[in-house]
Write a protein that binds this ligand. Structure first.
Ligand code: G4P
Length: 533
């Protein structure tokens, strides 16, 4: 097979996605069930027990132990129906950080998982905005239909009203809560009635019937049947038409209803997802749009992980392969430094296992041991020089002065702050007032602050102190200081500068932000930092 054919085949058979959700919506449960249907595990519960096992052996980073949570993000890879599926983990809960956003820069598709009783929740909304910025295809899965939940039409309406995202219901629930029995699949016009298995640990058995099959009356109670027919009629009439192009542009979201816990609808979701998801996509670069079948290996770093394995105290750079074929022991160029580097110990990641790999293709993620060379957004390439667009900084929500009480350790303090910032562990800002020289740590999640303090102490030998600031929202100003000077005094706003000396406005809450936006419509504010160029 020629290289071109090999690449084409690899791209066509790969689908990569990340799940965006609010804590507790069921991400872990759904992930586990996808692995179950993908044959990667045979009994659900494995992921969680693995988590328990890991805590028991507790040879992970001290901080992880203290917090009892995982800050080690993973890429899960499994085969299903001749596809290789890469599921990029988006850390949530307390470990929500900028990495959660950055992971979406490496994803080709997103699955928006919502709790059908709660509808849209804050973390989902934030992550949705990043998907929108990238025009990622978004698949919506309304989970926990086995519990009292909102009416499906109400959920659809909320998504459309609040996110401005149209949905295309691919399947439709039959009954809700206790009466949830299965789903109607609009693709095949069949109903799937499921049986519950103990804790949903094995695949759910189902009865499949055409919607026109007279036997339906025997298996489905009349009321549910008529309700289903009514609802199908409504969606056929009012819902937008199926349009794969709009799905791939992120304008139309295929919508699914199910229950990850009982496995209802999980397989149908997976099948439809594979049919509609976009294959590894092209990325913008200094050479223009790079098609994944471009023959030379290229990729970019979207995440760095320090001290994953305390036995090695190493750092791992996660690279999204964009084009060409990656081969073990390859010598590649590092665009930012101009150096060449031999990538001799790549790792593919399945849960917490690190298996060395030989090859990787577009849409894959490889973990590279990083002796401090890589930063977020860095390009690696073979062949002609190329630089990918980079990954922007996202609006931080926690701000704190980082104090160094011991002035004799100034040098180490400065080095630590600079290196951690360059690595992308945290954003750093400074007060406009030159006399206040303490760096302001600007984080998306609490854990980032803790990681910085922990690493300052363990890697740079500096004990630091945090002094929290009362802000929750940051906005960059389009047009910089000039634009800001023109608007004059702003109320309830602190002005700081980022590392590139650009003005950043900090607000105590959304309300203060809205007030400033209302008072100064001429001021253009952005929640995402313009890329450094
Ligand atoms: P997360 O990763 O998004 O935070 O959510 P996770 O999967 O851990 O699920 C959160 C809780 O919701 C878990 O209950 C889980 O069992 C439950 N859950 C997930 N999917 C469904 C579903 O389809 N139906 C119902 N009824 N519940 C669901 P828990 O009590 O916190 O944990 P556990 O004791 O069940 O493990």
């Amino acid at each position: 097979m020629s290289t071109e054919q090999e690449l084409k085949q690899a791209v066509e058979s790969r689908r990569n996605f990340a799940i965006i959700s609010h804590p507790d919506a069921g991400k872990t449960t759904l992930t586990e069930k996808l692995l179950l249907y993908g044959g990667a595990i045979h009994q659900a519960g494995a992921v969680k027990s693995k988590r328990a096992q890991r805590q028991a052996t507790s040879d992970w980073m001290e901080l992880e132990k203290q917090r009892g949570i995982s800050i080690t993000s993973t890429v899960l890879q499994f085969d299903y129906h001749n596809f290789q599926i890469n599921l990029l983990d988006t850390p949530g809960h307390q470990d929500f950080s900028e990495d959660t956003y950055r992971t979406l820069a490496a994803a080709d598709n997103a699955v928006m998982l919502i709790d059908a009783a709660k509808g849209l929740e804050p973390q989902t909304r934030k992550l949705f905005e990043v998907c929108r910025m990238r025009s990622l295809p978004i698949f919506t899965f309304a989970n926990k239909m086995d519990r009292p939940s909102r009416e499906p039409l109400e959920l659809i309406d909320e998504i459309e009203q609040e996110l401005g995202l149209q949905t295309y219901a691919v399947n439709w629930p039959i009954g809700l809560g206790d009466r949830f029995q299965g789903v109607y699949d609009r693709r095949t016009e069949q109903i799937h009635l499921f049986q519950r298995t103990a804790h949903g640990s094995t695949q759910a058995q189902s009865t499949v019937l055409s919607i026109t099959d007279p036997k339906i009356e025997e298996v489905l109670d009349q009321e549910l049947y008529f309700q289903l027919k009514d609802e199908i009629e409504i969606i056929e009439e009012v819902a937008p038409d199926f349009d794969l192009k709009r799905i791939h542009n992120g304008e139309l979201s295929p919508m699914f209803f199910g229950s990850a816990m009982t496995n209802f609808g999980v397989q149908l979701f997976l099948d439809a997802f594979l049919e509609y998801a976009q294959p590894p996509e092209a990325h913008q670069s200094s050479l223009g749009e790079m098609n994944p079948t471009y023959p030379d290996f290229t990729g970019f770093v979207f995440k760095l992980q320090a001290n994953m394995d305390p036995k090695h105290r190493d750092r791992v750079a996660f690279v999204r392969v964009c084009t060409g074929k990656f081969e073990k022991d390859m010598t590649v160029n590092h665009a930012r430094s101009g150096k060449t580097v031999r990538l001799s110990r790549p790792q593919k990641l399945f849960a917490q296992d690190r298996d060395s790999i030989d090859n990787a293709y577009p849409g894959d993620v490889i973990g590279l041991n990083n002796p401090g060379m890589f930063a977020i957004g860095d390009t690696v390439y073979t062949g002609q020089k190329i630089v990918y667009e980079g990954i922007p900084s996202f609006s931080p929500e926690l701000f704190a002065y980082l104090k160094n009480p011991n002035s004799s350790r100034f040098k180490q303090f400065h080095k630590g702050v600079t290196e951690l910032r360059e690595e992308g562990a945290i954003q750093i800002m400074y007060s406009k007032d030159e006399s206040k020289r303490d760096p302001i740590l600007a984080a998306v999640g609490q854990l980032q602050l803790e990681v910085v303090q922990y690493r300052m102490e363990n890697e740079y030998n500096v004990e630091t102190r945090l002094e929290m600031l009362p802000y929750k929202v940051a906005r960059w100003v389009k047009g910089g200081w000039e634009a800001l000077d023109e608007v004059g005094r702003l109320f309830n706003t602190a002005i700081v500068k980022d590392i590139l000396d650009r003005p950043v406005l900090l607000f105590k809450n959304q309300w203060n932000l809205q007030q400033v936006e209302g008072d100064h419509p001429e001021l253009q504010l952005s929640a995402i930092a313009p890329l450094e160029r």
